[in-house]
Design a protein around this ligand. Structure first.
Ligand code: FMN
Length: 155
């Protein structure tokens, strides 16, 4: 049986957001989870073909000016119509690094994923406020939960 692919599309423009992304990848690549291939791409690299062959998606972005990063918005702008009829029900998870809020980004991403009819696999992870090392653990856990869910056939 071919491996299921977990696609991670995350914008990581700072050291902290890079640590969060690395933790998602690490968690999803846990050695006791089998048969899951993790593909992590910048939103600028990811295209509709990557989404069409994914079994689930993790989206990551900082909140800038009350919204998702321009990079993640660019990704959605490019994949929306090519994926609209072909990825309904796709399981996804979202994590946001927000200096002080995060609600605008959550709302904006959920509005687009609702349009795509993607299915949230878990509540959004909003890493809000001053930096905490616990964010790294939460991101690692998110990655593991997504990969383990795929392995178990939950989504
Ligand atoms: C131009 C700019 C706009 C920002 N706007 C917001 C915002 O609207 N809401 C928020 O929660 N944080 C905002 N932030 C903080 C970023 O979310 C935060 O710095 C970013 O996620 C990177 O996290 P780090 O500083 O821990 O590396 C902004 C940062 C910059 C540079």
């Amino acid at each position: 049986m071919s491996a299921k692919r977990l696609l991670v599309v995350a914008h990581a423009p700072s050291d902290n957001t890079r640590r969060m992304l690395d933790a998602v990848i690490e968690g999803a690549s846990a050695p006791d989870i089998e048969g899951i291939e993790v593909q992590a791409l910048s939103p600028f690299e990811a295209n509709p073909e990557h989404v069409l062959v994914a079994s689930a998606v993790v989206l990551g972005t900082p909140e800038n000016l009350g919204y998702m990063s321009g990079a993640l918005k660019d990704f959605f702008d490019r994949i929306y119509y090519p994926c609209l009829e072909r990825t309904q029900g796709l399981a996804y998870a979202l994590y946001v690094r927000a200096g002080h809020d995060g609600t605008g980004t959550r709302r904006a991403v959920e509005s687009i994923t609702t349009g795509l009819r993607w299915r949230p696999a878990q509540p959004p992870l909003i890493c809000r406020g001053p930096w905490q090392d616990a964010f790294v653990d939460q991101c690692r856990e998110l990655g593991t939960l997504m990969a383990a869910g795929l392995e178990a056939g939950v989504f």
